[in-house]
Design a protein around this ligand. Structure first.
Ligand SMILES: [Zn+2]
Ligand SMILES: [Zn+2]
Length: 342
């Protein structure tokens, strides 16, 4: 699901009202395990079954981390607005079991004056009374498109540079039709190694692992998106360069360090988060033309992917790609062992 920025405001307004109801606990608590159809490619729930009825997801509204670190999805469905949480339970060292928990349904009408309507509603739904249920997850003020929230989940946090990569990838999608589905036909080159390259790889599907993404650090938010047509070199490419303002967290490096060490004061953390949110919001709202310079250029092929036949190094016995190894009298050596021999 792609949210266009022009539509963003309407969605955000609506969402604000929904979030207000969640904050005021104008919700019907459910807390039941359900089966969910999940679209792995788009990273969104498509629908779920609850009490013998199928609920189709019409619109994913928000993704966020719960206090416990699980992924929570707020979705508009054919039967109302629900909060679905993907709970991963650790079993032993690395075995994880996942289950979907339908946490609550957002109240359809504003809460009346008298206390307790949500308890009555919960009783009607047969759910546990609110008193027995853990407090609702904290609501973050930052409202971002679902796709960006997924990118932030992959990257680990939401930061301004991630948004730059997100916006650049959206331009490639708009102008070249580059999506995760047709990524194999494209090649992407980035002139930095910042958070942005995570967003570009995630959204375009052109990745280092797939050998159609390459980054060399020139410290510039410049991206080349090329259609890699066989035998038609040089490839026509779209060059996208950041020229707009990038309010960075550089001045907050000390705060970030103290936050990581658990030494930052609450006011300091709040100020830091607010400045990051402001920078993210500014980047989301700026029109393409204000943020980026777009040009059409040509791109030459980068070194072809190496054949992946592996063997064992004569020196250390570790597995190494033969094409990267140094041939010797008997067998071959990995680069480190070869360097030691000299
Ligand atoms: Zn980051
Ligand atoms: Zn070796």
């Amino acid at each position: 699901m792609v949210f266009r920025f022009s539509a963003g405001r309407e969605i955000a307004l609506d969402l604000r009202e929904i979030l207000r109801r969640v904050r005021e606990e104008n919700v019907t608590l459910i807390q039941e395990e359900v089966t969910v159809e999940f679209d792995n490619r788009q990273q969104t729930p498509l629908g779920f079954r609850w009490r013998g009825r199928h609920y189709e997801v019409l619109e994913p509204l928000l993704v966020r981390r719960t206090r416990e670190g699980h992924l929570g999805y707020l979705v508009r469905t054919t039967g109302g607005i629900f909060n679905l949480v993907l709970v991963r339970e650790r079993e032993g060292a690395c075995l994880c079991r996942s289950k979907w928990v339908l946490k609550y349904r957002v109240g359809e009408a504003p809460r009346p004056e008298a206390r307790g309507p949500s308890a009555a509603a919960a009783a009607r739904e047969g759910a546990r009374p609110p008193a027995a249920v853990a407090p609702l997850p904290a609501v973050t003020a930052m409202v971002v498109p679902v796709e960006l929230a997924n990118v932030a989940h992959y990257h680990g946090h939401l930061c301004p540079e991630l948004v730059v990569g997100y916006r650049a990838a959206l331009i490639a999608r708009e102008e070249l039709g580059l999506t995760r589905q047709n990524a194999h036909r494209f090649f992407v080159l980035a002139e930095n190694m910042s958070s942005a390259v995570d967003a570009v790889q995630y959204l375009t599907g052109c990745t280092v692992g797939n050998q159609n993404f390459c980054a060399y650090d020139q410290g510039k938010h410049v991206y080349y998106f090329a259609e890699a047509r066989e035998g038609e070199e040089p490839w026509p490419a779209l060059r996208v360069a950041l020229v707009g303002e990038l309010l960075c967290g550089a001045c907050h490096e000390e705060t970030a360090r103290r936050m990581a060490a658990g030494e930052a004061a609450p006011e300091e953390v709040r100020a830091y988060r607010e400045s990051v949110n402001r920078a993210v919001q500014a980047l989301l709202e700026a029109p393409d033309e204000q943020l980026f310079r777009k040009t059409r250029v040509h791109l030459r092929r980068l070194p072809r992917p190496l054949p992946r036949d592996y063997g064992r190094c004569r020196g250390c016995g570790e597995v190494v790609a033969q094409a990267k190894a140094v041939p010797g009298d008997e067998g071959f050596w990995c680069q480190s062992c070869a360097a030691r021999e000299v």
